[in-house]
Design a protein around this ligand. Structure first.
Ligand code: ZN
Length: 322
């Protein structure tokens, strides 16, 4: 009997050990399954939160980019403000004395063309308001500024009967005057952009710095040839309002710079700027227009493709006049 009891006890103990072992195996299996699942869930949550952080960062980056581009569009670029002095270069005497400057309008009056370079900017709308008030048509040689605000201004220029001309897409002298290819690519891009925005393909232009600029290392005749190939007529100036010297200038000075020189020519192409730092020019404009409109022998006109151009440097002309 004692043997029996002992063997039963041993059997019982074995059963317990087996049961314990089973429990351990099950626990190990469960741990092996549950742990990776828990880890997966934790990782999933982390990834999801990182993804939402990335989305937020992307949004912030986009907003920042938009702010930067709006700032660039609504203001002069540093490159632009560094450049503006060059357009005020001394006017070559042969341009001042050129035949074009002697031409009177059909009624025998002196012709004055008010031209604005470097826009659109925050001041272009004000200039357009002034032109509207005095019923004057002007000429805007614009650069490639994109965005809704600028496109609205470009359309307004055309809709209100002013002339829209090209002044290079980038206005970066070192880029546009690097080669004929670069020059052509730049103005064709601007021409296509302006046509897309306004429906009008501009065929008149002004070289950044004028055709007589001393910045280009390549002779300007090569770039004139590019314009000629595309039947684009370029216009320099023979009167400068002096708003691009880089020095502070008063509205009174701007006005007198224009009005003092009008009588030197029968045809005056007046260089002005509507960049974001040209408040004096805007303030001078009504003074200039009133003084000109008070005269019976002066007419203010917009430049068209038919206007005989004032040019500092001439190459074979598209019109065959030269
Ligand atoms: Zn310019």
């Amino acid at each position: 009997m004692a043997e029996d009891a002992k063997s039963r006890q041993q059997h019982l103990m074995r059963q317990r050990r087996v049961a314990k072992l089973k429990k351990m195996i099950i626990a190990t299996i469960i741990a092996g399954l549950v742990l990776p699942i828990v880890l997966c869930i934790v990782l999933f949550v982390r990834v999801a939160s990182m993804q939402s952080e990335i989305t937020q960062l992307k949004q912030s980056l986009q907003e920042l980019k938009e702010q930067i581009s709006q700032f660039q569009q609504s203001d002069e670029t540093p490159d632009e403000s560094a450049d503006t002095g060059w357009e005020n270069a001394e006017i070559p005497q042969d341009a001042v004395m050129s035949d074009a400057a002697q031409v009177l309008d059909v009624t025998g009056k002196k012709q004055v063309y008010l031209t604005f370079d470097d826009g659109p900017s925050v001041y272009t709308d004000q200039i357009l308001d002034i032109c509207k008030q005095y019923q004057v048509k002007a000429t805007f040689f614009v650069v490639g500024k994109t965005g809704e605000t600028n496109e609205t201004i470009l359309r307004r220029i055309v809709d209100e009967g002013h002339s829209l001309g090209m002044h290079s897409y980038s206005h970066k002298y070192n880029e546009i005057y690097a080669s004929q290819e670069a020059f052509r690519a730049d103005f064709l891009a601007l021409q296509a952009y302006l046509e897309e925005v306004t429906g009008v393909k501009p065929m008149i232009a002004r070289f950044p710095g004028g055709s007589s600029n001393s910045v280009s290392k390549i002779p300007m005749e090569q770039f004139i040839a590019c314009y000629n190939e595309e039947q684009i007529k370029y216009f320099d100036w023979n009167v400068s309002c002096g708003d691009a010297t880089g020095q502070p200038i008063s509205a009174q000075e701007v006005a007198s710079n224009v009005l003092m020189h009008i009588d030197e020519h029968n045809t005056s192409v007046v260089l002005m700027h509507d960049g974001a730092d040209k408040r004096a020019t805007v303030e001078a404009l009504p003074v200039i227009i009133e003084a000109l409109q008070a005269r019976d022998d002066v007419v203010i006109l917009p430049i068209t493709e038919d206007t005989i151009p004032i040019q500092h440097i001439k190459a074979e002309s598209v019109t065959g006049e030269n």
